[in-house]
Design a protein around this ligand. Structure first.
Ligand SMILES: Nc1nc2c(ncn2[C@@H]2O[C@H](COP(=O)(O)OP(=O)(O)OP(=O)(O)O)[C@@H](O)[C@H]2O)c(=O)[nH]1
Ligand SMILES: [Mg+2]
Length: 421
């Protein structure tokens, strides 16, 4: 019963920017540029675009009737076969637009879901996308019969077989949703166990987060020697990858690369990708990767920061990694107000020493002062300790020495036999 619209390679697409008069026009246009990139990422060819700014949205077609007519003519002239609107559409609106314009209609959420569907490789990724699509489909469903009745006004006496057919479809989707959720729970339990064992070993963890295409995967590759696919394309990464990183003056740590974010991310996707996002939420330190070369840098930072609020990550330790310095205008760096921060290029390796230093510093900040006791027979170990941890002071005791040292969770684990409660 899958009704998900798929974009095919060589689909000819017209993109439509939509916004209200109250929104800045520059933002509507920026969003439209991004929509074009999304279409290309999905494999389509953008052959035309148009914008409409309205005082208010039209409930039956979202955009005004004049604009619908204009798009219909554009479609006929250019022989395009798909129109994508940069705004959420209801089921009725999609149906009405499809009928008037005479070709397939998608909105931004459906387009993003389609890209995710094309990219998903792992079992978990595929399940997550399926769940997101089902959740997205629910409120869009309209029964054919039901709809024709509602045109006549609906109400008493019009509820009939049409509605129950729709109810049947809804019920089937609900059943499917709970089945997919159950499968996902099983997979994410498995993932949680992995994380648990990492926690037991107390390995400090970093998570790369950021706008799509900011260079998260490229950074992971350069930091850890991983070989994750990095492409000039939005949503190149869907599945999380975790790798060990070796920092000169810090303990070994792990870095996780995950899916990137974008403006107007469908909420169903966030819901469905919860398990993947948990990878980041359980990291000790977040590396917020920003594309310093993007003209939309500031807005992209805002998007990530508001998502971080939504996920309740504001209190986490964050390092801002401004990437792509090699192609960013020089004056950009002076506009950056975020701390702690570092300017790097995942392409050339520039700034990586500072990045690694910041990473190990932030691990070291996670350290706490602990008390260790070495009896006479073990006093020689204090030398080893001094090489691994900063010893704040030593005090002689009757049968040995007490040391006060700064320790990371990893070191605590290693030296636990000498810890004084
Ligand atoms: N010039 C330049 N290009 C870079 C740099 N870092 C990454 N890129 C390019 O930017 C594009 C996106 O890089 P990715 O590493 O795939 O970005 P990502 O954040 O993982 O993207 P998604 O997984 O799609 O969210 C690729 O074409 C990279 O080659 C950099 O420091 N300088
Ligand atoms: Mg990536």
């Amino acid at each position: 019963m899958s009704q998900h619209v798929r974009i095919n390679e060589k689909d000819k697409v017209i993109v439509v920017g939509v916004g209200l008069k109250s929104e800045p026009i520059s933002e509507i246009k920026e969003n439209l540029c991004e929509l074009e990139e999304l279409v290309m990422a999905a494999g389509g060819d953008v052959i035309g675009s148009t914008v409409q700014v309205l005082p208010q949205f039209n409930p039956s077609t979202l955009i005004g009737t004049g604009k619908v007519q204009e798009i219909k003519e554009m479609v006929e002239e250019s022989k395009c076969n798909l129109v994508v609107l940069d705004h959420q559409l209801s089921g009725i609106q999609t149906r009405n637009l499809q009928e008037s314009i005479g070709c397939k209609i998608l909105d931004r959420s459906q387009l993003i879901l389609d890209i995710f569907a094309q990219r998903a490789r792992t079992y978990e990724g595929k399940l997550q996308v399926e769940l997101a699509q089902l959740l997205d489909q629910m409120p869009r469903m309209i029964g054919a019969w039901n709809e024709s009745l509602s045109r006549l006004g609906g109400g008493i006496g019009t509820r009939g077989p049409g509605e129950s057919a729709l109810e049947n479809d809804r019920r089937r989707i609900r059943e499917k949703i709970s089945l997919v959720k159950k499968k996902l729970d099983e997979v994410s339990q498995h993932r949680a166990q992995h994380r648990q064992s990492r926690k037991r070993n107390e390995i400090p963890s970093f998570a790369l987060i950021g706008y799509t295409n900011s260079g998260k995967s490229s950074l992971l590759n350069r930091l850890t020697g991983a070989q994750v696919v990095a492409k000039n394309m939005v949503f190149a990464t869907l599945d999380p990858t975790t790798r060990k990183v070796f920092l000169d003056d810090g303990p070994p740590a792990v870095v996780t690369d995950t899916v990137g974010f974008i403006r107007k991310l469908p909420p169903q996707l966030i819901e469905a990708f919860k398990a993947t996002l948990e990878e980041s939420s359980e990291a000790d330190i977040l590396l917020h990767v920003v594309d310093l070369s993007s003209p939309n840098m500031e807005r992209q930072i805002e998007v990530i920061e508001s998502l971080m609020k939504e996920f309740k990550w504001e209190d986490k330790k964050i390092i801002h990694v401004f990437n792509k310095v090699d192609i960013a205008p020089v004056d950009r760096q002076f506009r950056v107000k975020h701390f702690p921060r570092v300017f790097v290029s995942a392409l050339t390796g520039q700034g990586f020493d500072q990045l690694k230093k910041l990473m190990s510093d932030s691990i070291n900040e996670m350290q706490t002062e602990v008390e260790l006791y070495f009896d006479r027979a073990n006093e020689y170990r204090i030398y080893d300790l001094s090489r691994e941890a900063k010893i704040n002071r030593k005090e002689p005791a009757t049968e040995g020495t007490i040391c006060f040292a700064m320790m990371t969770p990893t070191l605590l684990n290693k030296w636990r036999d000498f810890l004084v409660k």
